[in-house]
Design a protein around this ligand. Structure first.
Ligand code: ADP
Ligand code: ZN
Ligand code: MG
Length: 485
């Protein structure tokens, strides 16, 4: 970038993650997504007078999980506050959140950039809060409010202004998503809004210690949009500074269709929200024992998993990185491994290749979730077993795999029905080879006089003649032998 010698961007992210609890944060209503509007509501989440909210313990469990995974200090006592503002989708007129005493503070996560460089990003705080409802704008008709989401638990993860490029922000988000999904506390779906990100960005002259005035960008519902919106906003600020203008602190909305940020409002200050401790809720008391209990039950995290794959399955680090990049992929890979009969390094590497290759290709093409992937782990394992014991060749495996995508048959059934069994009998293969060598006497001469590149031609002809079913290893061995004699 033309300006990157002169200016430095500074970025801090605020990420909201919707927690996967079955009931809401302060009442017993269901958190289920997609139910008919205003069906999952009660006097508490609608904010009727005289009701008393009671905290869902699972919300605290999940938040502590995230706090521990991000090396935060867990506060023995934290309190809920009311954040007051008026909006139609907020029937109470305030949101229950945490302000001065959040449950988690002073943590960090490590991100890895494309070039392999690692960097620590500070986590200022993680606090618990409730979601607001949803306004549904029907153009030219009316605006409706769906309160089903009112009171659904969220955590807000606030980073330090430690990121220096949109790429770093992108990798930070990927890391946060990886953590929440591995921890099983959020489904991490940005398109559906289970993970939301507000980006704060400023620029300053290189070498300057003081932070510039920041602008907050909202409304980016994909990782790539966060990166693009930041790129846009950084350029805009640099150009403004170059013109001698000052940056005004404000909130902008990312417009994905136009690829630009548009001003939304001047940023409100904390005092605009008139935060005060919620008198209806007692302080959240977390004992050492509780923290230890959550710590003991922490699942394996991405980096630990990656190292274990390398150690246990002897797969290359590249493979382990791809397989652990998302919880669902790792989960699929491990389930295939579990169903293997051949527990060898060769089999593990094959499972890795198939998962990274054809499985992920189909996932990307069809946008099917790993969980609903048409080839269940058990069937892929069976196919890999058949590959390892030589029943089928890798070429035939491709055919079997394609077939499994649309049929429910086991690999064995497909192979039998279509007669795809690999031919390993040297006698049968030898006979075909003899025919081919007789038919192509000229090429045989050429080979014997040193044009060894025709070897591939013979292999190809044999495979064609045997409909791809000949064991390639045996074809190669026999062919070499016959050509040399
Ligand atoms: P606010 O009071 O406006 O909510 P905070 O200080 O709480 O601001 O910070 C909110 C987010 O903005 C944090 O993620 C923080 O890292 C980031 N941030 C704060 N100051 C700056 C800045 N000058 N430039 C970029 N990001 C910043
Ligand atoms: Zn309710
Ligand atoms: Mg703040």
């Amino acid at each position: 970038m033309w300006w990157s010698e002169k200016y430095e961007p500074v970025i801090g992210l605020e990420v909201h993650a919707q927690l996967l609890t079955r009931s809401k944060a302060f009442c017993g209503c269901s958190t289920k997504f997609g139910d008919s509007p205003n069906s999952n509501v009660c006097p508490i989440c609608l904010g009727m007078p005289g009701v008393l909210p009671v905290l869902n313990k699972q919300v605290v469990n999940f938040t502590i999980r995230m706090g521990l995974a991000t090396h935060c200090t867990i506060a023995p006592i934290s309190i809920f506050a009311r954040k007051n503002y008026f909006y139609p989708d907020l029937p109470k007129g305030y949101q229950i959140s945490q302000y001065e005493e959040p449950i988690c503070q002073n943590g960090w996560v490590e991100i890895e950039l494309k070039n392999g460089v690692r960097k620590k990003i500070g986590i200022t705080r993680i606090h618990m809060e409730e979601d607001a409802g949803k306004s549904i704008h029907e153009i030219d008709i009316d605006t409706y409010v769906d309160a089903n989401r009112c009171g659904v638990p969220l955590i807000e993860i606030v980073s330090e202004p430690d990121m220096r490029s949109p790429e770093e922000a992108y990798h930070y988000l990927v890391t946060i998503r990886q953590l929440v999904t591995y921890l099983g506390i959020c489904d991490g779906n940005m398109e559906e809004g289970s993970l939301r990100c507000d980006a704060n960005v400023s620029v300053r002259l290189k070498g300057e210690k003081k932070l510039g005035t920041k602008v907050e960008v909202k409304n980016m519902n994909s990782f790539r949009f966060v990166e693009r919106a930041l790129q846009y906003e950084i350029e805009r600020q640099v150009e403004a500074l170059e013109r001698g203008d000052e940056i005004t602190q404000e909130t902008m909305l990312w417009d994905a269709n136009r690829g630009i940020c548009v001003p939304m409002r001047s940023k409100e200050e904390a005092h605009d929200y008139r935060y005060f401790p919620d008198p209806d809720l007692v302080p959240v008391v977390v004992s050492e024992a509780w923290i230890e209990e959550v710590r003991r039950e922490l699942p394996e995290l991405p980096l630990e998993k990656r190292d274990r794959y390398i150690r246990e399955y002897k797969i290359p680090q590249y493979d382990a990185d791809v397989l652990t990049s998302e919880y669902e992929i790792a989960n699929y890979f491990e389930r295939v491994i579990k169903h293997l009969t051949h527990r060898t390094e060769e089999a593990y590497k094959l499972v890795s290749n198939w998962t990274m290759g054809d499985v992920l290709r189909v996932v990307n093409e069809t946008h099917v979730s790993m969980e609903n992937f048409p080839v269940e782990p058990q069937r892929l394992a069976e196919m890999v077993d058949l590959l390892v014991d030589g029943t089928i060749s890798s070429k035939i495996a491709k055919e079997v795999f394609e077939e499994m995508l649309t049929s429910k048959e086991t690999p064995r059934c497909i192979i039998e029905r279509k007669g795809l069994m690999q031919i390993n009998d040297p006698g049968v293969i030898g006979k075909v080879l003899d025919e081919i060598l007789t038919r192509h006497a000229q090429q045989v001469e050429a080979y014997r006089s040193g044009k060894t590149q025709v070897f591939g031609f013979f292999v190809g002809e044999t495979m064609k003649a045997m409909k791809g079913k000949a064991n390639p290893k045996i074809v190669n061995e026999l062919l070499k032998h016959k050509l040399q004699s």
